[in-house]
Design a protein around this ligand. Structure first.
Ligand SMILES: [Zn+2]
Ligand SMILES: [Zn+2]
Length: 137
C-alpha cells in the first residue's frame, strides 16, 4: 500500500503525508541527473498541504527548461535531495522516491525528458514516454 513516509540519508529531515500519491514519474532531465548523481530521478507527486516536513531543508533555486523556477530542496546536513518544488505547479510537490522508507509499492506511470535518457537505461514498453515534460511546457 502506498505510504508517503520517508526522510534523508542522515535522518535530520523526515516527511509524511496521509494523502495518496498523485503520480510517479521518471525524469531523465539533465538537471535531475546532476542533482541525483545518477541516471534519472523517480519522483512521486503529492499535495503540498498534506505533506508534513520536519527538519531543515536547504534550497537550490534551479531553473527548469520551461524557464520557471524549480526549488530543489535537500537536507542541509547530508545533502540528500528530498523535494522538488516547481513554481509552475503550485498545489503539488515532488518527492524524490529514493527517500521513501518503503519503496515496495512504487510503480512509475511515465517517463519524461526521455530525449535526455542515457542510452543504457531501458524503457518499459508499457509506460508512456515523453521527449520533454508534457505538463510543464
Ligand atoms: Zn540528512
Ligand atoms: Zn528532471
Amino acid at each position: 500500500m502506498a505510504k508517503i513516509e520517508g526522510g534523508c540519508l542522515c535522518g535530520a529531515v523526515r516527511y509524511s503525508s496521509d494523502d495518496d500519491p498523485l503520480n510517479q514519474t521518471i525524469c531523465h532531465c539533465k538537471h535531475c541527473q546532476k542533482q541525483a548523481g545518477s541516471a534519472f530521478s523517480l519522483v512521486v507527486a503529492v499535495f503540498r498541504f498534506g505533506l508534513d516536513v520536519q527538519g531543515e531543508l536547504a534550497t537550490y533555486e534551479d531553473v527548469g527548461d520551461s524557464g520557471q523556477a524549480v526549488l530543489r530542496k535537500f537536507c542541509a546536513k547530508c545533502g540528500s535531495p528530498v523535494i522538488s518544488d516547481l513554481v509552475s505547479v503550485p498545489d503539488v510537490v515532488f518527492i524524490k522516491a529514493g527517500t521513501l522508507d518503503d519503496t515496495s509499492w512504487l510503480k512509475p506511470d511515465a517517463h519524461i525528458w526521455a530525449e535526455h535518457r542515457q542510452e543504457w537505461v531501458n524503457v518499459a514498453e508499457e509506460l508512456q514516454s515523453f521527449p520533454r515534460n508534457p505538463s510543464i511546457g
